[in-house]
Design a protein around this ligand. Structure first.
Ligand SMILES: Nc1ncnc2c1ncn2[C@@H]1O[C@H](COP(=O)(O)OP(=O)(O)O)[C@@H](O)[C@H]1O
Ligand SMILES: Cc1cn([C@H]2C[C@H](O)[C@@H](COP(=O)(O)OP(=O)(O)O)O2)c(=O)[nH]c1=O
Length: 197
């Protein structure tokens, strides 16, 4: 089963992911992973994140290259024989974030849909996605606004894209109020996963 954690920067994904990793309720051979990855593709993505002037189309394909390698090297092998894979960010991050970045150009009639189409023939959709829902202002504050994506204005556009993704796929998404205290957020995520195992 492929479980993904999604949400704005600062919504608490990594906090939850680290607790899941240490939780005995999940199979001991589960794979815990993330995007961007720590491979050289992920390092290229990181360079782009740190470059305020990076070309938005080039950036889409860097993230997408990292996803392709992540699928081949980590996600698909982890899913073999019914394994559990838990990823801190995955393809919905691209649809929501690059969907918002590409909207700043006028090349795409529907940027989110374009990014989805680029992935559709070869990606592996998640079975369950926990969406940690947070308002853009709190997200920008919590994340410390350390990169170009972490401004409330941009995150508001990203959140709208996540809203669209959730509306299109209500069975897959479980929304968790990320303003709740960390224990409550964790329990909600944990029970949603355990229920579907
Ligand atoms: N439920 C919560 N309430 C308040 N602060 C939180 C909560 N969850 C995480 N945080 C804090 O918010 C910041 C961002 O959390 P993090 O897990 O790194 O988010 P993300 O991986 O989504 O960017 C950290 O300082 C973390 O301690
Ligand atoms: C995976 C992914 C991340 N991002 C962005 C979101 C973050 O601002 C940045 C780094 O991701 P990440 O390290 O997960 O940030 P955070 O822990 O703050 O949520 O990259 C995209 O724009 N597209 C993507 O496909």
């Amino acid at each position: 089963m492929l479980v993904t954690l999604e949400g704005l920067d600062g919504s608490g994904k990594t906090t939850v992911w680290e607790r899941l990793r240490a939780d005995d309720a999940l199979p001991t051979d589960a794979t815990f992973t993330r995007e961007p990855t720590d491979s050289w593709y992920g390092e290229a993505v990181q360079r782009s994140i740190d470059d305020a002037d990076a070309d938005s189309v080039a950036e889409l394909f860097l993230y997408t290259a990292d996803h392709a390698a992540h699928l081949a090297e980590t996600v698909r092998p982890g899913l073999d024989d019914g394994g559990l894979v838990v990823s801190d960010r995955y393809s919905d991050s691209r649809y929501a974030y690059q969907g918002a970045t590409l909207a700043e150009t006028d090349w795409f009639a529907d940027p989110l849909d374009y990014v989805r189409e680029v992935h559709a023939p070869w990606t592996r959709p998640p079975d369950l996605t926990l969406f940690l829902d947070l308002d853009p202002e709190t997200a920008a504050r919590r994340s410390g606004a350390t990169n170009k994506f972490e401004t409330a204005d941009y995150l508001a556009d990203v959140r709208e894209n996540y809203d669209r993704l959730r509306a299109a796929d209500p069975e897959r998404f479980v929304t968790v109020d990320a303003t709740a205290d960390p224990d409550a957020v964790y329990e909600r995520v944990r029970s949603a996963i355990v229920e579907r195992l």
